[in-house]
Design a protein around this ligand. Structure first.
Ligand code: PGA
Length: 250
């Protein structure tokens, strides 16, 4: 049997604690594991609800274990608050906060040390795509962000392919284009870590995912799930996505 299709909602900097509680209480019964990456302030109240099949995670973390890093939060702290996973290297972190692959690599190592699943985001810009550099750019991001990660540790890593030009634009990659890129990503993983790791790792697509595209994305052999931003903020839109790919009849 193949693995269930993964849906991760990324709330970004949205929702107060009460709004988060209202959203989660309105979710339909979940039949496969679902994931919500929420603001730090919402991790504890949502994980306390202990909703079956719902995993709560963070959208970022600082790699040092503790110390004089005013305003930052460690992997132990998010774990203590109830996080099961953390998104790392999102393109908004890379562009707005100048995060490098080397810095993201430190975060991946710190997350794995705490037994947190690391959702590592990679993606090319419109210019990279137009210059036909997509595979080259993704390869660098992948190999540098996962530098020194052992094959055995990859079982706690998920890749999210998010083309920058598709994020928040309402213009997703076509399912076929996503499939082609996911195939290349799997090939890079096979060359570096081996065929078993390439087969087992989950590769998600993110960038303007909606109920209109999710079913066709699910049909692609190398698309193992989706990372949903805007549509994950609205309970009706998010429920539609969950029902289409993770409902009782899918
Ligand atoms: P979007 O965001 O679905 O709003 O494009 C996806 C993301 O940034 O993870």
């Amino acid at each position: 049997m193949s693995n269930p299709f993964i849906v991760i909602g990324n709330w970004k900097m949205n929702k107060t604690i009460q709004e988060a509680l209202d959203f989660v209480e309105a979710l339909p019964p979940l039949f496969t594991s679902n994931y919500l990456a929420v603001p730090y302030t919402c991790i504890y109240p949502l994980s306390e609800l202990d909703i079956p099949m719902l995993q709560i995670g963070a959208q970022n973390v600082y790699p040092e274990p503790e110390g004089a890093y005013t305003g930052e939060i460690s992997t132990a702290m998010i774990k203590d608050a109830g996080a099961d996973f953390v998104i790392l290297g999102h393109s908004e972190r890379r562009s707005l906060f100048s995060e490098s692959n080397a810095f993201i690599n430190k975060k991946v190592k710190a997350a794995l040390l705490q037994d947190l699943n690391a959702i590592v985001c990679i993606g090319e810009s419109a210019m990279d795509r137009d210059q036909k550099k997509t595979t080259e750019v993704l390869k660098t991001q992948l190999l540098e962000s996962l530098n020194e990660i052992e094959p055995s540790a990859l079982s706690c890593v998920t890749i999210a392919y998010e083309p920058i030009w598709a994020i928040g634009t309402g213009q997703p990659a076509t399912p076929q284009a996503a499939q082609e890129v996911h195939f290349q990503i799997r090939k890079i993983i096979e060359e570096k870590w081996g065929p078993k790791e390439a087969k087992e790792i989950s590769i998600l697509y993110g960038g303007s995912v909606s109920h209109e595209t999710v079913t066709e994305l699910k049909d692609q052999p190398d698309v193992d799930g989706v990372l949903v931003g805007g549509a994950a903020l609205n309970i009706e839109k998010y429920t539609q996505i969950i029902d289409l790919v993770g409902g009782p009849n899918t």
